[in-house]
Design a protein around this ligand. Structure first.
Ligand SMILES: Cc1cc2nc3c(=O)[nH]c(=O)nc-3n(C[C@H](O)[C@H](O)[C@H](O)COP(=O)(O)OP(=O)(O)OC[C@H]3O[C@@H](n4cnc5c(N)ncnc54)[C@H](O)[C@@H]3O)c2cc1C
Length: 407
């Protein structure tokens, strides 16, 4: 066995730092090459500068967040390093954590910088050599390992860990370089799309709702045949360009995959059935027939939205004058309001990339390539993405750790 095996990690984000720390702790000579002059830029801007570094969800519930295929692939990594273990890792490194709404875990200090500083401290203490300003340009397989090309010259290693991220937020350094490296070493890269991004909606009635935030509504994406692909009951924000907030952003990957045929459906009263809504309108008409319909709609909805719903359903009248077809239309507008959405705002605004290095070519127990022994692929570069809520860091840390333990 080689005791002085050299491990080269490309990309000092969440996954690369975690891989490097674990490799170095095992006594590997570990170098971490980062194209930026600073490591971990995406960690710093994550969670609005607060870094939602994981979730309270565990087990099958956690795996299900990534979808069945991706969740199955991640099972080993997530079970080997579940959220409580990740929390213990950071707590031991001096980052106190707390749970917030929607099962999210943040640093008590509310500072993403503390998460990055802890990782950099652990890397330094383990003996990781971080080389900043070292963009890898090319990777090659050699008889006994790998050779990577950087503007500073070639660097050889026995093991190579690719942790270069995806295509989202390219200003942080993630410009998709890793896809080319993986392809050049024999891997397939599945099509990539922006995910966790605001949705671009052109319908004027929706844009007119700019500034409204809904916390109790549900939003879903339907395919061209009207089949529901995903539904989220999370906050929705109406913006000057369309829709934002966790609910709509979670749908962006599906919207993009549908390639222009997606429809977004709102259920603005998810706890009330259509029948109950209709009975409520009838009861209101019996009691206050002269009242305008807009005032009888669920009062939890902002008035501007209620006015829009009444206009869309052509029900701008008094309760007494609301005929059965208009009443039914109004209820359908509240429970099943649809708007076409062709795309998201794209990679520049996307928190993650959907698609990446094909999962069936990676051993899920180690993250080692099945095509190219000695190569490891981790983090967002893989065809793995999760919803908003700490799931993407959780996957990056857990996959990075497995590679570090094996490389
Ligand atoms: C605005 C924003 C907010 C987010 N908030 C959260 C959140 O709160 N919680 C959560 O779980 N997820 C969040 N995410 C997603 C999360 O940041 C990513 O999933 C995670 O950072 C992926 O980690 P990674 O290490 O795989 O890739 P990255 O963090 O993208 O790191 C890749 C690194 O590789 C470097 N690199 C790329 N190419 C080369 C090359 N050729 N040579 C050398 N180095 C290279 C890059 O410069 C970069 O430092 C957020 C993302 C964004 C954009």
């Amino acid at each position: 066995m080689q005791t002085h095996r050299e491990v080269l990690v490309v990309g000092a984000g969440a996954a690369g730092l975690m891989a490097a720390i674990h490799a170095a702790r095992r006594g590997r000579r570990t170098r971490l090459l980062e194209k930026n002059t600073r490591a971990g830029l995406k960690i710093l801007i994550s969670g609005g500068g607060r870094c939602n570094l994981t979730t309270t969800k565990v087990g099958a519930d956690l795996e299900a967040q990534y979808g069945s295929r991706r969740g199955r692939f991640l099972r080993h990594a997530l079970r080997a390093f579940p959220p409580p273990a990740l929390c213990a890792f950071f707590t031991a490194a001096g980052v106190a954590l707390q749970e917030e709404d929607l099962d999210k875990i943040f640093p008590v200090s509310q500072r993403a910088r503390d998460v990055l500083d802890a990782l950099l401290r652990l890397a330094a203490d383990s003996g990781v050599e971080i080389v900043h300003g070292a963009p890898v340009q090319q990777v090659q397989r050699q008889a006994n390992g790998f050779l990577v090309t950087t503007p500073r010259g070639p660097i050889g290693a026995d093991r190579l860990v690719l942790a270069t991220g995806g295509l989202s937020y390219p200003k942080t350094g993630a410009t998709g370089d890793g896809y080319g490296f993986a392809r050049s070493l024999g891997h397939t890269v599945t099509p990539t799309w922006p995910a966790l991004a605001p949705l671009l909606v052109t319908a004027p009635w929706l844009r007119a709702l700019q500034g409204i935030v809904l916390t109790g509504a549900a939003v879903a994406v339907l395919d061209g045949d009207g089949r529901e692909r995903q539904r989220r009951r999370r906050p929705i924000l109406f913006t000057h360009q369309g829709l934002s907030g966790p609910g709509p952003m979670d749908l962006a990957g599906d919207v993009e995959e549908l390639g222009g045929s997606a429809v977004v459906r709102f259920d603005l009263a998810p706890d009330t059935s259509a029948d109950e809504l209709e009975r409520g309108l009838l009861a209101a008409a019996a009691a206050h027939g002269a009242q305008r319909v807009v005032h009888a709609l669920p009062l939890l909805l902002p008035e501007r939205l209620r006015t829009t719903l009444v206009a869309l359903a052509q029900a701008d009248t008094t309760l007494a004058n609301l005929a059965r077809p208009a009443r039914r239309q109004l209820v359908a507008t509240i429970k099943d309001l649809r708007v076409p959405v062709a795309r998201s705002l794209g990679f520049a605004h996307a928190e993650v990339t959907r698609g990446g290095v094909a999962l069936d070519e990676i051993d899920p127990r180690t993250m080692q390539s099945r095509c190219c022994p000695g190569l490891y692929v981790v983090g967002e570069l893989l065809d793995v993405d999760g919803p908003i809520g700490g799931f993407n860091f959780q996957a990056a840390f857990a996959t990075g750790r497995l590679a570090g333990l094996d490389a």
